[in-house]
Design a binder for this molecule. Structure first.
Ligand SMILES: Nc1ncnc2c1ncn2[C@@H]1O[C@H](COP(=O)(O)OP(=O)(O)O)[C@@H](O)[C@H]1O
Ligand SMILES: [Mg+2]
Length: 196
């Protein structure tokens, strides 16, 4: 399965989602993460050699892809319209992460607009959702439902472990933090929605 993660905006959890979905899929079968962002965030995360799957650049990808069952593609923010078209065409599932913040949702709706005009299919993932008493996650979900957008049931909570794990070069479940397993559970649930 080829999964691409994209958005018009940075800082919405694309790289974090790509890393953790790849970790989930690797439990099922061999998985390759292609780092399509010039900032090379995923490559830097992988540099210590402690991730349970392989990360390569787009340039290296042709040599590797035939050896892997699952491919996850992390992309850079601000793709142009023609890039989005190619992104959507080049995968089995296009995931659009967004936080519940108004500006992020606004960027998401613009992305969706472009994709809908192209007839491309996609699914939205709510990320970096603040804990109660904030209602922003629920409100964002309602807005997305009113816009008739497909949204994953799973959502990713805002947890410090996600900010720390990349510094140690590990996935969040391997990070020594009492909330690490709660953090991982979000991506495990997402993974089960995609590939039970
Ligand atoms: N669920 C989360 N909870 C807390 N911080 C998060 C979460 N997901 C991502 N982050 C942090 O937010 C920032 C942006 O995440 P990142 O995955 O790099 O987004 P993008 O690839 O879309 O730019 C990073 O500092 C990351 O550690
Ligand atoms: Mg990124």
């Amino acid at each position: 399965m080829i999964i691409t993660i994209a958005s018009f905006k940075g800082g919405v959890g694309k790289t974090t989602s790509a890393i953790h979905l790849a970790a989930y899929l690797q439990q099922k079968d061999s998985t390759l993460l292609i780092d399509g962002d010039q900032n090379r965030s995923a490559t830097t995360w992988a540099a210590g050699g402690s991730l349970p799957f392989k990360v390569v650049s787009e340039t290296q990808a042709p040599k590797y892809i035939r050896n892997f069952e699952h491919i996850v593609i992390d992309t850079q923010a601000r793709p142009e319209q023609k890039d989005l078209e190619a992104l959507a065409d080049g995968c089995d599932l296009l995931i659009l992460p967004t936080t519940p913040k108004a500006l992020d949702l606004d960027a998401l709706l613009r992305t969706v607009d472009v994709l809908s005009k192209l007839g491309a299919s996609f699914k939205v993932l709510l990320t970096i959702v603040p804990p109660p008493p904030s209602r922003s996650g629920a409100e964002a979900r309602q807005l997305l439902a009113e816009s008739n957008l497909p949204v994953f049931r799973s959502e990713i909570k805002r947890l410090v472990a996600f900010e720390r794990a990349p510094l140690e070069g590990v996935v969040v479940k391997d990070y020594a933090d009492p909330r690490a397993l709660v953090a991982w559970q979000g991506y495990e649930d997402l993974g089960k929605e995609i590939l039970p």
